[in-house]
Design a protein around this ligand. Structure first.
Ligand code: BTN
Length: 333
């Protein structure tokens, strides 16, 4: 869609919103400086995006329903941060991480975000799938950090903290399971984060931060929960998206300017692992540490005190020794 066409569509929507009783096609056409046929086309396009627009002979058009999906039209006016320069998508897609990756490879700037209301090929960590039914928020953000690649190892924690702070603004009490899973205190998973990037020597050409958040419902077969079960207010998906995107931008900008140290205490305060007894394994399932968590170091590594002393772990899968974390992650299998 051309920028001009998109602007007209937004103008039609704005006019419909500001006239709850309805507005005639003629008035819309003259306000926008287009023909009535063009107005009809824009109304039809909005209808395809999920807007309910009544067309009554003699009375014109009336907006009766706004879709509960992460449409850029709806999110953009709610964003407080000026970090986001381009919002894309908003309907069903394969994977927003794949879409954002394609945009990053084509040169999209930092602050480009792709959103979806559902995904048919959602991807999770460790090659797993990510169940992405309608009623969720699926978002991927293009980042272009200037930090050296080894320092960017902490980025998943930075993004995770952003997600949690965004959810707190919406009234949810949530925790971070290192490195970046979002849990509720009883151990059910609310959100997952997948970072993918392209390293060019010591720098990262781009990173895509993908966030999957169960908003209206949680996949039944997994140990998962959703936002609606945590808060009394039903927040529209665009409101959830704006809160989360704003907080991610804030955490990310702090990290870009000052590193992880200023975020460390905030992360530790929200750590689901606390000082629990854990097993940490690598991707191949080999044991990295068996002991008690003592915190997160300045590089975002998990510090586990083992019988042989403290071990600082930069990547791994953590399970509780007492089996409290409920087992399987949410995945699309
Ligand atoms: C995890 O395994 O916990 C990470 C899940 C990440 C899912 C999100 S949904 C938006 C983005 N697109 C994807 O295909 N995956 C990420």
């Amino acid at each position: 869609m051309s920028k001009e066409s998109e602007d007209r569509r937004v103008a039609v929507l704005t006019a419909l919103r500001s006239s709850p009783a309805g507005v005639s096609g003629e008035m819309l056409a003259s306000a926008l400086g287009v023909s009535r046929v063009a107005v009809r086309k824009h109304v039809a396009a909005l209808h395809d995006l999920g807007y309910g627009i009544e067309a009554r002979p003699g009375e014109g058009y009336r907006l009766v329903y706004i879709p509960d999906t992460p449409l850029p039209f709806e999110i953009a006016p709610l964003l407080k941060s000026d970090f986001y320069v381009r919002l894309e998508g908003g309907q069903a897609t394969g994977s927003t991480n794949d879409d954002a990756r394609a945009l990053a490879l084509a040169g999209a700037p930092e602050g480009t975000a792709v959103l979806a209301s559902e995904q048919h090929a959602g991807r999770g960590r460790l090659g797993r799938g990510w169940a992405s039914p309608p009623g969720g928020l699926y978002a991927s953000i293009v980042l272009r950090p200037t930090a050296e690649t080894p320092d960017a190892i902490v980025l998943p924690l930075v993004v995770g903290l952003g997600v949690v702070r965004g959810l707190e603004k919406l009234g949810a009490r949530v925790r971070l399971k290192w490195p970046n899973d979002v849990y509720v205190p009883d151990g059910r998973k609310l959100s997952g984060i997948l970072l993918e990037g392209l390293s060019e020597g010591w720098r990262l050409a781009w990173v895509v931060a993908g966030i999957g958040l169960n908003v209206r419902c949680a996949p039944e077969e997994h140990h998962a929960t959703c936002l609606d079960d945590l808060v009394s207010k039903r927040h529209p998906v665009p409101v959830v998206a704006a809160a989360v995107l704003d907080s991610i931008a804030e955490s990310y900008r702090t990290w870009c300017a000052e590193g992880f140290e200023p975020l460390r205490a905030a992360y530790e305060d929200r750590s689901w692992l606390g000082e629990r007894l854990v097993h940490v394994t690598d991707v191949a399932g080999r044991l990295l540490a068996d002991g008690r968590v003592s915190g997160i170091d300045g590089h975002g590594r998990l510090v586990v005190v083992t019988a042989d002393g403290p071990v600082n772990i930069s990547a791994g899968d953590v399970t509780l020794q007492d089996g409290e974390d409920g087992g399987e992650d949410q995945d699309g299998a």
